[in-house]
Design a protein around this ligand. Structure first.
Ligand code: KG4
Ligand code: ZN
Length: 348
């Protein structure tokens, strides 16, 4: 192996996507994803037991698909990486059991990595090695502002949501608007033809004492309730709900707060680079607003393409390969999964 170009297979099973990615250094060779999202749609959210069973069914075919796409065999690999947490406990166990079996059977080192750090690390596959940076991590379960000196070693949390995650708010508001699940992409699409100024929804923790106490924290629960109340008010009055306008106004409120705080955190830390990561970073308005405001402040914005923002195996392989290249020690084969793994812990 070339020490800077390790061939690493990454396995992701923290939620409803079975992802297997293969990278050589920072070059993406394969990104196979099997999703059970359609099986969860009628429940309006991910059902952990259904997700776990789907991972069991999809695991070996997805590994085979990734190897075929990359044109490599398992014996060619230099290391295996896998999501150790956070996520649904049963779902994580399926991925880590597969990864441990591969590592043991093939005699390869195993890297148990943090799913959240992997959402940031994936950007190296598109834009090259990460400099010390500020990261806005926005997914279905987390919304955090992170200071990242070295993604293979340390992540500092500057702030996080004090109630709902941004993705959770998208999913819940989509349900209120009758759009379906998962809500993020559906709201994104509906908002394209809506008026973002139709309703002035609240921007949580952006003023007065709230801002002083929670400078880099987020709150989306009040916003979600405000949307629900507004919709109920229209329905009670027998008036139609302008779904696209409400979607656009809600999306604008979320994106405004996320970008405002991220850019302020960059200034506060003297960070020259902002990286967006996580499923909500696929949002078109978030990407647009971040690009505008970063340009105004002279901050370099790095956003992975939408397919790399939502859960996938390439992000896990990306962090694993960066860890190998940085000379980090592998995990012990008996590491345990951690369904509530803290964002500040990079590896198992
Ligand atoms: O990172 P991710 O794929 O899974 C978790 O680790 O949670 O994030 C999933 C979340 C869901 O809440 C989904 O609605 C949201 O990301 N999402 C979006 C978009 N695409 C996915 N939210 C807003 N706009 C999008 N285009
Ligand atoms: Zn995720």
């Amino acid at each position: 192996m070339s020490p800077n170009e390790p061939l690493v297979l990454g396995i992701e099973t923290s939620c409803d996507e079975t992802g297997v990615g293969i990278v050589a250094g920072s070059t993406l060779l394969a990104d196979a994803v099997a999703s059970s999202v359609e099986e969860h749609a009628r429940f309006g959210g991910v059902v952990p037991e259904i997700a776990s069973r789907a991972h069991v069914d999809a695991m070996l075919p997805t590994i085979e698909r990734a190897c075929a796409t990359a044109g490599v065999t398992l014996r060619d690999l230099d290391a295996i990486a896998v999501t150790a947490g956070p996520g649904h406990a049963g779902a994580l166990l399926v991925g880590t059991a597969a990864a441990k079996a591969l590592a043991l059977g093939l005699g390869k080192p195993l890297y148990g990595v943090n799913h959240l750090a992997a959402h940031v690390a994936v950007d190296r596959l598109q834009h090259g090695e990460l400099p010390p940076c500020l990261a806005l991590l926005v997914s279905g379960g987390h919304s955090s502002l992170l200071w990242v000196p070295d993604i293979t070693e340390s992540v500092e949390s500057l702030g996080a949501t004090i109630d709902d995650a941004a993705g959770e708010a998208f999913d819940k508001v989509a349900r209120v608007l009758g759009l379906g699940f998962p809500g993020g992409p559906l709201i994104d699409a509906a908002a394209r033809t809506g008026d973002p100024e139709f309703v002035a929804f609240p921007r949580g923790l952006t003023r007065g004492r709230d801002l002083e106490r929670h400078r880099f924290d987020f709150s989306f629960s009040g916003l979600k309730t405000a949307v629900a109340r507004w919709v109920e008010g229209r329905q009670a009055a027998g008036q139609p709900v302008p779904v696209n306008d409400v979607a656009a106004s809600f999306q604008e409120a979320v994106c405004d707060v996320l970008v405002r705080k991220a850019v302020d955190a960059c200034t506060d830390r003297g960070a020259e680079t902002l990286v967006l990561g996580g499923g909500v970073a696929a949002n078109s308005r978030l990407r647009e607003l971040a690009a505008q405001r970063c340009a105004q402040r002279g901050i370099t914005l790095r956003v992975p393409r939408p397919g790399l923002c939502t859960d996938n195996g390439a992000m896990v392989a990306a962090l694993g390969a960066a860890s190998v290249a940085a000379g980090r020690p592998p995990s012990h084969l008996d590491f345990v999964t951690d369904s509530s793994m803290r964002v500040t812990r990079v590896s198992a």
